[in-house]
Design a protein around this ligand. Sequence first.
Ligand SMILES: NC(=O)c1ccc[n+]([C@@H]2O[C@H](COP(=O)([O-])OP(=O)(O)OC[C@H]3O[C@@H](n4cnc5c(N)ncnc54)[C@H](OP(=O)(O)O)[C@@H]3O)[C@@H](O)[C@H]2O)c1
Length: 367
Amino acid sequence: MRIQDPRFAFIIHPIDPRADVRRRYPRLAKLLPEAWIHFLSGLWPPLKLSDIEGVTSRATGESIRGWLLACPLTPRRMRTSSLDFVYRKIIQTGRLAERLGAHIVGLGAWTASIGDAGETVARALHIPVTTGDAYTVAVAVAQLRRAAQTLGVTPWEGATVAVVGATGAIGRAAADVLADQVERVLLVGRRARSLAHVAQAFQTRPRRASVEAITDLQRLSEAHFVLSATSASRPILFPQHLRAGSVVLDVALPRDVSQRVARHRRDVLVLDGGIVRVPGPVRFHFNFGLPRGLAYACMAETMILTLERRFECYTIGRTIPPEKVYEIARLGNHHGFDMAPLMHFGRAVRAAQWEHVRQAARRNRSD
Ligand SMILES: NC(=O)c1ccc[n+]([C@@H]2O[C@H](COP(=O)([O-])OP(=O)(O)OC[C@H]3O[C@@H](n4cnc5c(N)ncnc54)[C@H](OP(=O)(O)O)[C@@H]3O)[C@@H](O)[C@H]2O)c1
């Protein structure tokens, strides 16, 4: 039977503890030292942050509703607590989604990547769960492609693209898709053996790109484009790592790229990854840090599945087949989801920024 009023919930958590607490409890944020916020986040119950309304399919005209829920754990609290404790907290938040009447629940940021990437949570809940990683990959690759077109120096098919965090769910799937599009893919990570496994798994069929696994971040200087998607809790990419004229797409939340790159490397463009425009007069009634009408791609995946009434655990675990990436991209496109204008640390990229990087890329090519 067709569900008449399909609803979704999406779980987020504090990422920048002070700024995030200030949005909901401005007075408390002034009083609490940051270490307390990390500690107290573990004691706070899950909560409903807001109603989401106005997501409207461009294909069918249907509007859907949902809820934004908070799993009140900071990245540091997740990293330093037992996995059982963290799972329990995410599952409690999922139960809140069930009680509200959601038909599917999406996991945001670290609630998606912690432990087995949604599998334990999905087993415990009565409604399906999705991490949103498949759509995040689709959007991230499209963003880099758009950046390559806009720069117009290195053709996408001839580019070297480095994927930082290539053993993770997003990194691995992005590298998998990229290996069919560009000339060279560098799989970048901390563990040589795991990277070698990823590289090997790609060789089961012929690929356009040559694929190489590396652990030395200095070798990012070989890449025209970098896609970074680690779950490091602080920045890992600094000015000295990057090639003049390169574009770095930072998909990670919290960010992988240090603000120092923006300050000291005008010849490198850092872009915010995985951000989309939602179709319809969407209202989140909660400021999660993006301009009006925009959402993270992982949130959008839950919305797309709800519009499709695909109430299934669409993306969970760390192996995401490229077919899922292509399918969710097609469905998103059908309903009118689109990549947001490219942004740099939360702001639109200025023409002068593109020009600086373009010049640097040209100089680098002719050196
Ligand atoms: N923008 C969006 O819409 C969106 C959507 C979903 C997720 N995200 C963000 O994307 C990131 C990746 O998510 P995921 O689901 O792919 O995570 P994941 O499966 O847990 O993968 C994390 C990756 O990060 C690496 N890593 C962890 N700590 C590191 C460190 N200190 N230094 C270097 N590498 C490190 C891991 O390497 P090892 O294998 O060596 O541990 C692994 O390759 C997260 O920050 C998440 O919040 C963004």
